[in-house]
Design a protein around this ligand. Structure first.
Ligand SMILES: N[C@@H]1[C@@H](O)[C@H](O)[C@@H](COP(=O)(O)O)O[C@@H]1O
Length: 260
């Protein structure tokens, strides 16, 4: 796990966009794992600018999103399918037919989840997965207590996550109680995982993710088991890390030939 502490969110966006640009330069049909929430927005803004200036194209890329609310009507502005379209894929040259998400309203949820897993595998798996982290340590919507081997399935949100996400809805009552999310086992199959976290409200979750024990109590800590994870932080999100100075030092002295 590589910890990169950067001065601001724009730098987080730039460094992540560098990784995605170089992936697509070598593999135009690469599979991206896309996340919602505010943490990936600087990455999407940066990629949008690079697309406009002609340095990157998503025309042949494919994408799978992490999760979806259950029970929101199709077209609801907070459906993650809509959010990812508005915030990113519609702003670049992504073919809408190549952007997939788990179904939050399928009649047979269990079978729809299995079909989603198969679709990810049929695409050859995710080359680069973007992640944020919830204040309770969730990734995707894998709340505390999630099996480290879990697959795409329905989950019940914690009240903490519902309160955190209420800012996107008119009231807390409107935040769905259930979601469909890729499992931790699913996420861990991506080749490279880029997790972005900024702001002091993420500091505790980041400490548990990076330096805590691997535990279902902090689902993001499962990333310690993955061979290629890059954690992009600002100073505030890194403020509770006991080895922050070492992470800064090793990034400053990274050999030129060594990629993220
Ligand atoms: N399901 C999403 C997560 O994928 C995201 O990481 C988390 C944090 O969001 P934010 O980046 O807005 O803090 O929010 C939601 O719960």
């Amino acid at each position: 796990m590589e910890i990169v502490i950067l001065p601001n969110t724009a730098e987080v966006g730039r460094l992540a966009a560098d990784q995605i640009e170089s992936l697509l330069a070598g593999k135009a049909h690469a599979v991206l794992g896309l996340a919602t929430g505010s943490s990936p927005l600087p990455i999407y803004r940066e990629l949008e600018q690079r697309y406009q200036s002609g340095t990157v194209s998503f025309a042949r890329a494919r994408a799978f999103t992490l999760d979806e609310y259950v029970g929101l009507p199709d077209g609801h502005p907070e459906q993650y399918r809509e959010v990812i379209r508005k915030e990113f894929t519609d702003k670049v040259d992504f073919d809408p037919a190549n952007v997939h998400g788990p179904a939050g309203n399928a009649a047979g949820t269990h079978y729809a989840c299995q079909a989603y897993e198969k679709a990810v595998q049929a695409a050859g798996g995710v080359d680069l997965q973007i992640l944020g982290i919830g204040t309770d340590g969730h990734i995707g919507f894998n709340e505390p207590g999630s099996s480290l081997a879990s697959r795409t399935r329905i989950k019940t949100l914690t009240e903490q996550t519902r309160r955190d996400n209420a800012r996107f809805f008119d009231s807390l009552d409107e935040v769905p109680r259930h979601v469909v999310t890729q499992g931790l086992g699913t996420i861990l199959e991506a080749s490279h995982i880029l997790l972005a976290a900024t702001g002091a409200n993420k500091a505790q979750a980041v400490r548990h993710l990076v330096e805590g024990p691997v535990s279902a109590l902090c689902p993001a800590s499962a990333l310690q088991l993955h061979p290629h994870v890059t954690v992009l932080l600002d100073d505030a999100a890194a403020s509770q890390l006991s080895l922050a100075d070492y992470y800064r030092h090793s990034f400053r002295h990274k050999p030129d030939w060594q990629k993220l």
